[in-house]
Ligand binder design. Structure first.
Ligand code: FE2
Ligand code: FE2
Length: 239
């Protein structure tokens, strides 16, 4: 097969003519997005509707939940087209533990706002990377998803800024950051990940896990310390 990195794979049909390794790598990425989008919607976004303090906040949270379920639906549709069994694209399959970011027990509105501010920023980095993906249907999906992920991070920022107007609110947002932020660096995967090396060789992903993590930490710091004037907890950089 020609190197996928040099020749983009334009359609699902074209994918069938690529190497088994390339197809496996594409399926892995699509599967993980399908599972993670659904997981997040189930454990954070939908329950957050009940935590939202005002009708306005509930309305926007409903929109966020709708969009996160929508991301799952889109990734699952592509997954079906490229031959991923449906049961592998839902978290309930029980074969794999969820990512640690989804094991956080959401209890408060402040925590949800922090999750949107920081976890959706982490997702934005992943989607930005996929916008250069050698498999064009995935690149297109990333382009469709990006404005919505940007809205989610903006939602988190706006509500965090609002909460930070009072001392009590600032304290609660800081507590939520202290509790949730340490889970995020691991979201970018292991330092010397073999999967990631394979993804980069095929042009499915562009950046190393450590490069993404470092970029994320810088952007999270600009948000938390620059914009909210709060403190980002110290975390180990490597997963
Ligand atoms: Fe999403
Ligand atoms: Fe999102």
């Amino acid at each position: 097969m020609t190197s996928a990195a040099s020749a983009p794979v334009k359609t699902v049909d074209e994918l069938k003519g690529t190497s088994a390794d390339y197809q496996t790598a594409v399926r892995k990425i699509v599967r993980s997005h399908a599972v993670n989008e659904l997981y997040g919607a189930q454990v954070f976004d939908e329950p957050a509707i009940a935590l939202a303090p005002t009708p306005y906040a509930k309305w926007l949270t409903c929109r966020v939940a709708m969009e996160e379920y929508g991301h799952h639906v889109r990734f699952r549709e592509l997954g079906e087209q490229i031959g991923i069994p449906l049961e592998e694209m839902v978290p309930a399959s029980g074969k794999k533990r969820p990512l640690s970011i989804f094991e956080f027990p959401l209890k408060t509105w402040e925590e949800f706002c922090v999750i949107k501010l920081l976890a959706d920023l982490a997702e934005i980095l992943q989607v930005e990377d996929l916008m250069q993906c050698s498999f064009l249907p995935l690149r297109n999906l990333a382009r469709m998803t990006m404005p919505e992920e940007t809205f989610h991070a903006q939602f988190g920022r706006d509500f965090c800024l609002e909460l930070c107007r009072t001392d009590e609110g600032r304290q609660r947002v800081q507590q939520a950051i202290d509790a949730y932020f340490p889970l995020l660096p691991a979201f970018f995967g292991e330092s010397g990940s073999r999967n990631n090396a394979l993804y980069r060789r095929y042009g499915i992903k562009q950046r190393k896990n450590d490069e993404m993590r470092a970029d994320f930490l810088g952007r999270a710091q600009a948000l938390v310390e620059g914009e909210l004037a709060l403190k980002l907890p110290e975390v180990a950089e490597a997963a």
